[in-house]
Design a protein around this ligand. Structure first.
Ligand code: HEM
Length: 465
């Protein structure tokens, strides 16, 4: 039996069977340049919907297939194979008639007080989770995009490196779901890339390299990353249980958070200019203090690796205890406090590490300004934020801390990149100084839901319902 209390060793004779029962995109990102996200509402007879999902299981890319396809792609660097996966919301499980005992429960090393209520109530009702549940500051669902206000039962992701082939698959998918699902929303994402001195990097719309720091759950990938980036200060290692929760039907799945986050790029850029006047440093330096990394991904704490092509991640905030280099309100410090929980709040490192998330977001929206030099957009572009975890509390604690003025210590102010707060207090730039300036509310939540990506055993069992 594979233990989920440790990373997966691909050399384990049972590893293949284990990966064959798991959907792709959880342990490793699908990595495709283009992706379509269908937010679906079930409309057919529950038995027909179940059968449909059972047949769709044939098209799902398992973690095993993902691994093999990645190996082929690495050798030929061609366009690669298409990718597909599916996840269900709590309401989706209920629609299918799945009994309460068969709906997945939160896993992970440290369960939160009300974990399973988070999933049951859904993202729209997160503010109604009873105490001691955690909450974040999303706008009410009545202010979300209209397509997200109703029930959402499933999320299907189709991804591809060939955008034309993806367009054809989108059309075929629409035909295939006729009478079974209606499409609440279809969100198409594409990787945004930019040339920097140290190479071509994947960026988000504010212009910063994204997807650098991820927990790793495969032994061989951990060894590779440690050899490249080092682990004197920070280890990317995580047990499988960081992302995987038991699926009551057998095997494992993972809770998946989906959020459409609109980015006000114009407002963010203007704030960097305004902040620069107040702080007496360049707009680039303000931006780096907001994110915690420069646009090309260099963290404000720790040394640069000798090889500029390496994405640096071997740093810890014990190297910057007073926030003089990377302020406490910086996005990467709010979301992954690397030691602040133990040092400032007296908590446990093991708890902090157990609240890491596996990010799988992709940017959406067009950026003609990047080629024609026009002003950056204030709407219409953003991040289809997605993350996997064994326990929704991991995402929730990060969003709560980012939206709050008092994490990781009173008066810190909100996360300068993602913080949503109607009464943000001014942050101190850097944290050991006396310069105050407010950066908040550049990201707007337009809609989303909590899902569970079930095991292949569960998906296949649906065709027998
Ligand atoms: C539009 C919204 C967002 C933008 C523009 C954004 C941008 C970034 C950037 C530029 C990085 C640094 C590069 C890296 O380490 O990969 C980063 C890291 C990270 N972000 Fe976000 N992010 C967004 C939303 C979120 C949300 C909603 C969360 C969770 C609540 C989150 C959690 C994280 C985490 C955990 C890291 C890695 C921190 C570390 O391990 O050092 N992000 N993000």
């Amino acid at each position: 039996m594979i233990s989920i209390d440790a990373p997966l060793d691909l050399a384990d004779p049972q590893a293949e069977e284990f990966l064959d029962d798991l959907q792709g995109n959880i342990l490793r990102g699908h990595g495709r340049d283009f992706a379509a996200h269908f937010l679906l509402r079930m409309i057919g007879e529950p038995r027909d919907v179940a059968n449909w999902i059972g047949s769709f299981a044939e098209s799902v890319t398992t973690a095993l297939a993902s691994r093999d396809l990645a190996a082929v792609w690495r050798s030929d660097r061609g366009v690669g194979e298409p990718f597909a996966c599916i996840a269900l919301s709590h309401q989706g499980y209920r629609y299918l008639g799945v009994s309460d005992e068969a709906i997945p429960l939160a896993g992970g090393a440290f369960k939160g007080p009300v974990d399973d209520r988070y999933f049951a109530l859904g993202m729209k009702n997160q503010s109604n989770v009873p105490p001691p549940g955690r909450h974040y500051n999303d706008p009410p669902a009545s202010n979300w995009e209209a397509s997200y206000r109703g029930d959402i039962h499933a999320l299907v992701i189709l991804a591809d490196n060939d955008n034309q082939r993806l367009a054809e698959r989108i059309d075929l998918f629409r035909q295939a779901i006729d009478g079974v699902f209606e499409v609440a929303a279809l969100e198409t994402g594409r990787k945004l890339k930019k040339e920097f001195d140290r190479g071509t990097l994947v960026i988000e719309h504010f212009g910063y390299q994204d997807g650098v720091s991820q927990p790793l759950m495969i032994k061989q990938k951990i060894e590779e990353e440690v050899a490249r980036r080092g682990n004197d200060h920070w280890s990317p290692e995580a047990p499988l249980s960081l992302a995987l929760a038991p699926d009551p039907a057998g095997g494992y799945g993972s809770f998946l958070v989906f959020r459409k986050l609109e980015q006000n790029v114009l407002g963010f850029s203007q704030a960097l200019v305004d902040g620069s006047a107040v702080m007496g440093v360049s707009p680039e330096e303000v931006g780096a203090m907001a994110v915690g990394r420069t646009t090309d991904g260099i963290p404000l704490v720790g040394d640069r690796p000798a090889d500029p092509a390496v994405d640096p991640n071997d740093f810890h905030f014990d190297q910057d205890p007073d926030g003089s280099a990377c302020p406490f309100h910086a996005h990467i410090r709010k979301t992954n406090p690397r030691g602040d929980i133990a040092r400032i709040l007296g908590g446990f490192d093991a708890f902090e590490r157990a609240r890491r998330i596996v990010r799988r977001g992709i940017t959406y929206g067009e950026r003609p300004d990047l080629s024609d030099g026009g002003p950056p957009p204030s709407s219409g572009v953003g991040l289809l934020f997605m993350c996997y975890q064994s326990n929704l509390d991991s995402f929730i604690i990060q969003q709560e801390g980012s939206d709050g003025n008092d994490f990781v210590r009173p008066g810190t102010g909100v996360d300068a990149v993602i913080g949503q707060n109607e009464s943000p207090v001014a942050q101190t730039w850097p944290s050991n100084g006396d310069v105050e300036f407010t950066m908040a509310n550049f990201v707007r939540m337009l809609g989303g839901e909590y899902f569970f990506a079930p095991s292949m055993t569960f998906l296949r069992s649906l065709s027998e319902m």
